[in-house]
Ligand binder design. Structure first.
Ligand code: NAD
Length: 473
């Protein structure tokens, strides 16, 4: 099997070791990539630092042209890249195609936003003391970005860091998840076809125990991290004076109120508890349903969960594939067993075959079990019955996480109340918490992280406002 090179300052390179990538469905080796040496990591950082001023001064049409080139090439290579995502991540081909489509949109939004980096003028003569003065406000990149990305969306979560960085004129070094480096390396290949200056990007599949060199390097003032809380907060502790953005996990809740369309709520919660085999930070983990409709809702939910097609990710019909590894599936299975031993009722699922966990629903899960309070990151849903809106919203907030919440209601007053009261970064009315559009602000509160992504929000996050005051006008 060919060894894929990594991307060092815009050029393909090979290092001193190799990383083997397997498919978790059948254990097949699906790719091998080269791993950079510490000297090559140093070279990539030095190149990013050397190009920082040139990058910040890149004309907008050059940035937009590079981003548009990526849109075109991702579109041309969409099926090949979807298959690669399916192979390395294990996600069903249907969802893998969806991920490529979203990455294309992400680069498209960035190309459009790059053209709108106009700055702002603020008149200062609102005060007598500032008569004849005007402020010109522009956004300036903090500097080269270190992007650390997780395995669950190996292309689009990389796109969410790379596209805004190019749009604002910041060099970027991507450190992809070791389980899924291949799609980010294809993105590197496409970026290498652009006219971006050397040093503007590197994709370095370095092992975690070598990542500290990147995290701690003062020439990379921004760390944009998406992944688990323990790793994210350890990085923040490691470099408290850097600009660190953390997109972390959650145990997202969907509230189903009595006025909801129960067919819609059941089909959406069933699907979005299990898509990506539950390995999405906004997967439906907790369903909180109003008592007077709970029986009717469960009567629709359980068949909808049991109807999901589970199996080979290469099969066009598969909706639920394997988890990223057998170990991950074993952990999920053990959490289900722990909850059942503590008194939870298993309504469906609970079985495991290799890396695949059957879509699982439990009720009466004690709050002090792992499933009751942590992020399961697997195809498992807990159902909790509540007396009404007050109790439902209190239950959503009874979590140390706060990424997004879904509220199935048709009542606009309750929708606005949800927006006021729920302690999350996003409230989705009439749908699951798993809804994300790539142009909207996205991120968490509480232990779900700090900072926002979504193309425009990420562009703001990667830059600071700089003001120039003109005097004597
Ligand atoms: P992870 O925290 O294990 O790994 C994330 C990245 O950090 C990987 O690239 C990994 O190699 C790297 N890493 C690990 N140890 C490191 C270290 N010591 N120094 C530097 N880098 C290190 O997460 P994962 O298992 O890949 O992803 C799953 C997690 O990501 C879940 O908790 C999920 O909720 C979260 N997630 C959050 C979002 C979001 O936008 N909020 C999106 C997707 C996933």
């Amino acid at each position: 099997m060919d060894v894929r090179p990594f991307w060092l300052a815009g050029r393909p390179a090979t290092g001193d070791a190799e990383l083997t990538v397997t498919n978790s469905h059948d254990g097949r080796v699906v790719g091998v990539c080269s791993v950079p040496t510490p000297e090559q990591v140093e070279e990539a950082v030095a190149a990013a630092d050397a190009v920082r001023k040139q990058a910040a001064a890149l004309p907008l049409h050059v940035r937009a042209a590079a981003l548009t080139h990526v849109v075109r090439r991702l579109t041309e290579r969409a099926e090949e890249i979807a298959r690669l995502i399916m192979e390395e991540n294990g996600k069903p081909i249907f969802w893998a195609r969806g991920e490529v489509g979203r990455a294309i949109s992400t680069f498209q939004f960035a190309a459009e936003e790059a053209r709108r980096l106009n700055g702002e003028t603020v008149r200062l003569d609102t005060e007598a003391a500032s008569a004849g003065r005007l402020a010109y406000v522009s956004r300036v990149p903090h500097g080269p970005v270190l992007a650390i990305t997780p395995f669950n969306f190996p292309l689009n979560l990389v796109a969410h860091k790379v596209a805004p960085a190019i749009a604002v004129g910041a060099p970027i070094i991507v450190k992809p998840a070791p389980a899924t480096p291949l799609s980010s390396l294809v993105l590197g290949e496409i970026l290498a076809e652009t006219d971006l200056p050397a040093g503007m990007f590197s994709v370095l599949p370095v092992p975690n125990d070598r990542a500290s060199a990147l995290v701690e390097d003062p020439r990379l003032p921004v760390v944009s991290f998406t992944g688990s809380g323990p790793v994210g907060y350890a990085i923040m502790d490691q470099v408290p004076r850097k600009h660190v953005t953390l997109e972390l996990g959650g145990n997202a809740a969907a509230v189903v109120l009595a006025d909801a369309d129960l067919d819609w709520a059941a089909s959406r919660t069933a699907l979005f508890s299990n898509y990506q085999a539950g390995q999405s930070c906004i997967s439906v983990q907790r369903v909180i349903v109003e008592e007077r409709v709970s029986e009717a809702f469960l009567a629709k939910l359980i068949p909808a969960v049991e109807a999901l097609v589970t199996g080979d990710p290469a099969d066009e019909k598969t909706q639920v594939g394997p988890l990223v590894s057998v170990e991950a599936a074993e952990r999920v299975e053990s959490w289900v067993k722990e909850a059942v031993a503590a008194g939870a009722r298993l309504l469906t699922g609970g079985t495991r075959d290799g890396a695949t966990v059957a879509p699982t629903v439990l009720a009466d899960v004690p709050r002090d079990t792992k499933l009751g309070c942590e992020e399961v990151f697997g195809p498992v849903m807990t159902v909790q019955t509540v007396s009404g809106v007050d109790e439902a919203f209190a239950a959503v907030n009874d979590s140390r996480y706060g990424l997004q919440a879904g509220v199935f209601t048709r009542n606009l007053d309750i929708a606005f109340r949800a927006n006021r009261e729920l302690e999350v970064g996003g409230v989705i009315i009439g749908d699951v918490p798993s809804y994300r559009a790539d142009q909207m602000p996205y991120g968490g509160v509480k232990d779900s992280g700090v900072g926002r992504e979504g193309v425009r929000s990420a562009m703001e996050d990667l830059t600071y406002e700089k003001v120039m005051v003109l005097t004597g006008l």
